[in-house]
Structure formats: C-alpha cells, structure tokens
Design a protein around this ligand. Structure first.
Ligand code: SF4
Length: 64
C-alpha cells in the first residue's frame, strides 16, 4: 500500500495526473493537494492506478 507521501510525489510528477474536479474549481487546487488520491485514474488502495503506471512513476522518482 503506497504512503500518502508517495502518492503525493507521484501525482506531482505524473504526466497523466488529472484532478477529479477538473473545471473552474481546479484553479483553487493547492499544489499540496495534487496526489494520486485526487486523480481520476486512482482506483483506491487495492487496485491503485487504473493506467498501471504508479510503480513506474515511483521508480522514476527515485532516480532524481
Ligand atoms: S493515479 Fe495514476 S495517472 Fe493518476 S497521478 Fe497517480 S500514477 Fe498518475
């Protein structure tokens, strides 16, 4: 199970990140709220990312 920190780090670097509340309210989205937890592709702790790129994104983070 990913930690909140990991989900936040991945969400902030993920090119496929799409906030759930896309639209006029998105402008009010604080950077610290960007995380897999607020991404439309996140399917919860069990299934995780529906695009199956969470692990990949996490590994990419480790290289920086
Ligand atoms: S849920 Fe998937 S698509 Fe969304 S930010 Fe996380 S890794 Fe990227």
């Amino acid at each position: 199970m990913p930690s909140l920190e990991e989900m936040q780090a991945v969400g902030q670097s993920c090119s496929e990140y799409t906030p759930m509340h896309w639209g006029p309210r998105a402008a009010r989205f604080e950077p610290e709220n960007i995380s897999c937890a607020t991404c439309v592709h996140w399917q919860g702790e069990e299934e995780m990312c529906e695009l199956d790129i969470f692990e990949e994104q996490l590994l990419n983070l480790d290289q920086t």
